[in-house]
Design a protein around this ligand. Structure first.
Ligand SMILES: Nc1nc2c(ncn2[C@@H]2O[C@H](COP(=O)(O)OP(=O)(O)OP(=O)(O)O)[C@@H](O)[C@H]2O)c(=O)[nH]1
Ligand SMILES: [Mg+2]
Length: 137
């Protein structure tokens, strides 16, 4: 499992240096079905590997960073179902978010091209272009 940030919050410099303390940032987790999104979310939230079922709709958890430069920052993580029939809905989740995590199952080589296509489609969406504006936080 791996993840790529396709909507960076700042153009230059360390993203963690730019985070206001005590901020709550909205992050959307995307990726093909069975990529491991919900598993990763529950690992972040509960520090455990839990059994999952395919997500129809979304899961949402607030995760607080307790270490390092991001200490005190909260992330509201939206984990959206990755089945093909659900992917047209991704845009409505990414439109007003601070960041996107794209999760890939690195051993699923047969679907790597499909994952790449969906990642590129997400990255090219005009709503998801880089913005460099902290005024709304
Ligand atoms: N071996 C291994 N299995 C994993 C890993 N992450 C997830 N899995 C398994 O892969 C399956 C799918 O994981 P989910 O987290 O439900 O996948 P998802 O991306 O949320 O899938 P959708 O909700 O359908 O979009 C489950 O059986 C997990 O236990 C991992 O890092 N390693
Ligand atoms: Mg899921």
């Amino acid at each position: 499992m791996g993840a790529t940030m396709v909507k960076p919050l700042v153009k230059n410099g360390n993203i963690l240096d730019a985070l206001p303390s005590q901020a709550t940032l909205h992050v959307v987790m995307l990726g093909l079905d069975s990529a491991g999104k919900t598993t990763a979310l529950y690992r972040l939230k509960f520090d455990q590997y839990l059994n999952t079922v395919p997500t129809i709709g979304f899961n949402c958890e607030k995760v607080q960073c307790t270490l390092g430069k991001a200490k005190g920052v909260h992330f509201l993580v939206w984990d959206v179902g990755g089945q093909e029939k659900l992917r047209p809905l991704w845009r409505s989740y990414t439109r007003c978010t601070d960041g996107i995590l794209f999760v890939i199952d690195s051993v699923d080589t047969e679907r790597m091209e499909e994952a790449k296509m969906e990642l590129m489609r997400t990255a090219k969406c005009p709503d998801n272009q880089v913005r460099n504006n902290w005024n709304n936080l």
